[in-house]
Ligand binder design. Structure first.
Ligand SMILES: [Zn+2]
Ligand SMILES: [Zn+2]
Length: 170
């Protein structure tokens, strides 16, 4: 009975850069999911509560979510948490990203942001979502493909490490 998994109009979602993103509050998000025909079970809600808890954007691995739930006295096993996270990814609520740590992390699409990660010193620079708008446009226009660039990790070399690599120059 749950989802009319009719590909609900994803295309409506990003009319223009930076404009009215996904809902910011937990309740608004839950209401939105229910309006789309999804059932909000207690475990689903609990996982969402964990993800929404930090004011800033945060990254959670599956085991970090499981642990945060445990700290709240909720015992959901990791497999259940994993399934819920995958579901949240399918319904476009979280992004799943490998930030180079050897495991995937989940973050809220509602707090969309991206990272530049230095391969040498692991320094991370956060970048604004707007820089991907031209790429979104090209992919849509030239490839008729609507990308989900929700939480990007771009690996490379920071200025300091590039300098250290080429000491002779300048
Ligand atoms: Zn992030
Ligand atoms: Zn570096």
């Amino acid at each position: 009975m749950a989802a009319h998994s009719d590909p609900d109009s994803v295309t409506m979602k990003q009319p223009s850069p930076g404009a009215a993103g996904p809902p910011e509050s937990l309740e608004a998000l839950i209401a939105g999911l229910q309006a789309r025909g999804y059932r909000m079970t207690t475990p689903r809600r609990l996982v969402l509560e964990v993800l929404f808890q930090p004011a800033e954007h945060a990254h959670y691995s599956c085991s970090a979510v499981t642990q945060a739930l445990q700290e709240r006295g909720v015992s959901l096993d990791a497999v259940t948490v994993y399934r819920i996270l995958q579901w949240l990814k399918d319904v476009d609520v979280v992004a799943q990203t490998d930030l180079g740590e050897g495991y995937d992390v989940y973050s809220l699409v509602a707090r969309r942001h991206h990272h530049l990660i230095c391969l040498k010193c692991r320094q991370t620079i956060e970048v604004d979502d707007a820089i991907f708008d031209p790429l979104r446009e090209v992919l849509l226009k030239q490839y008729d493909f609507l990308p989900r660039l929700d939480h990007f990790a771009i690996f490379g070399l920071c200025a300091r490490c590039r300098e250290a690599e080429a000491p002779g120059e300048s």
